[in-house]
Design a protein around this ligand. Structure first.
Ligand code: GLV
Length: 323
């Protein structure tokens, strides 16, 4: 099997491919590969490791119907038309579980950074604006005992809930299609309606997949139902919130602050007003960016490729997303 990889990935993964006798090429240019280029390259390969947000839609899949496997090196796969891949009998895999703790760390970090305006304060020192000590200046809000609302309580949301309950005794409420019995048992988490989640969360953290149902779910009308002291955190996908509406909601004090590891679009423009707001922290989509986690993700992607190269069922196969 010959595999095309759309970025340079951790040696953990490429070493596994090498040891299984699988040839591979990594895209090493410091720019996104266009879909035209990807289609062209893939003609010479029979497996693909897709890293990032490569558009794997019906056009791509029909042009590359010879592929034996697509291994997405991410947990989210909203960039892939999995239903079309299934029709063409191309198995699609992802990398679930291994990035849950690292991504929840970033949600937790953003929650704390926003609540104490940490990133904004750092920028003030950089611009020589430390200034005069005013006891009523630079005030954040404390998290102890505040209610954490999770939108989409799965593996990552559960890790975020555990950390927040342990660190700040935060009661947990969540909105899901299905109850999460472990979170209910271990953390006393309570399943609530979407409206109740908006009304009662002091911190609302998004951990759902991007689907037709969750796209732009957080818009002006939704922000206006949230608490005035609420912090909105999104470490899932930028398209789940409407960024122009989020800016308005913050400018009009409909909510207190926001922490984003995902933006819409990515990269965020340096001129985005969110970057100059005191109660906002933005990171460049680094949820899974640790040595350990990126190594584990590369390992799972390689396991999917190796299984397919032997004609076996891939171990981390995804199903089409239901809306
Ligand atoms: C990162 O965003 C992922 O989906 O793994």
């Amino acid at each position: 099997m010959k595999v095309f990889i759309t970025r340079k990935i951790s040696a953990t993964g490429t070493e596994m491919l090498r040891q299984s006798g699988i040839e591979f090429t990594e895209w090493v240019e410091k720019r996104d590969i266009s879909q035209d280029e990807l289609i062209r390259f893939c003609q010479d390969y029979d497996g693909l490791i897709s890293v990032g947000q490569d558009l794997i839609d019906e056009l791509f899949l029909k042009s590359c119907r010879h592929l034996k496997v697509i291994a997405q090196m991410a947990v989210g796969y909203d960039n892939i038309d999995v239903a079309a891949a299934a029709r063409l009998e191309i198995p699609v895999g992802n990398t679930p579980g291994v990035l849950s703790k690292a991504t929840a760390d970033i949600a937790f970090l953003l929650m704390l950074a926003v609540s104490r305006k940490a990133i904004f304060m750092h920028k003030r020192i950089l611009s020589a604006e430390w200034g005069f000590y005013e006891p009523t200046d630079n005030l954040g809000i404390e998290l102890e005992g505040k209610t954490l609302g999770i939108f989409g309580l799965g593996k990552i949301g559960f890790e975020m809930a555990k950390k927040s309950a342990a660190a700040f005794s935060m009661p947990i409420i969540y909105h899901n299609r299905r109850p999460h019995s472990q979170a209910e048992r271990e953390l006393g988490a309570k399943l609530v309606s979407f409206e109740e989640l908006l009304k009662s969360s002091d911190v609302l953290s998004v951990h759902t997949a991007l689907t037709p149902e969750t796209r732009s779910r957080f818009d002006y009308s939704v922000f206006s139902l949230m608490k005035k002291n609420a912090i909105f955190i999104n470490t899932a996908r930028g398209a789940i919130h409407n960024e122009a509406d989020l800016i308005l909601a913050l400018q009009e004090n409909l909510i207190w602050g926001a922490g984003l590891d995902v933006t819409n679009p990515e990269p965020m423009l340096a001129s985005n007003p969110l970057l100059n707001m005191p109660n906002v922290a933005v990171l460049p989509h680094i949820g899974s960016a640790t040595e350990e986690t990126r190594g584990a993700m590369a390992r799972l992607a390689a396991e999917n490729i190796i299984a397919a190269s032997k004609g076996d069922k891939i171990p981390y196969q995804v199903k089409p997303v239901k809306s």
